[in-house]
Design a protein around this ligand. Sequence first.
Ligand code: ARG
Length: 275
Amino acid sequence: MKKSWWKLGMSAIISVSLLAACGTAEDDTAGEEPVVPDTEETETEEATEGATTLIMGTSADYPPYESIDLATGEIIGFDVDIAKYITEELGYELQIEDMDFDGLIPAMGAGRVDFVMAGMTPTEARQENADFSDIYFTAKNLIVSNEEDDISSVEDLEGLKVGVQLGSIQEGEAEDLAEEYGFEVVKLNRIPEIVQELLAGRIDAILMEDTVAAGHMGAQQQLTSFELEAEGEVGSAIAFPKGSDLVEPFNEKLNELIDSGKMEELVLKWFDAQE
Ligand code: ARG
């Protein structure tokens, strides 16, 4: 969490006066005027309008949840709109950091981001290192392949290569299925890269989420898909560092968003637009 300048300025001033107070009580420098360095004063003047900035980590390879708007270079999407709403309501500035999906929870553990929104599913394994909000959206997993390959069941994947995003729940699901159905799991970092591998025929299929596949299938007519039987729910939730104070206020605002019908508007805006 980055503190705003005025808070830094304030804490500097508070510690200076505490020092001064100690001085008076304990040593012979008592009586000397505490000296507040100039820089601190300038910082406190900027004071009033600064707000604390929260840094959100995401993996902007996942439209419509999050992607980079090619026209502006900005990160946009369903998750971004939700994050903007919640942080604005709670009086925070929002800054977004893009990184590989696999690096998000470690980045949060290292204190480089304050929360994560990346269409992330609150699995048990992740709950060991993160706290999660309520689930705000659910989806299903598909197998996407080139139509000409006639892949229409998990059995058809035997001996083939199936791409997944590294560190995703799809990776785990693919590994489970691979044992049973005998295919190879190819793990890559970014979804567009995985789709390219499929289009180029270097892999035979992708195990990915339906809502995200929809965009790629709309753009590439040669792709087809079938749904996988659910292994577990593919829900998305906001992730926080373990024990974070943000979970409760975020959940409150998240539920406000749902109850007011605004969430439905966002779902229509981002998920219906692609079909
Ligand atoms: N829902 C899946 C998971 O939690 C995939 C999320 C991938 N998100 C992304 N921004 N690439 O593992």
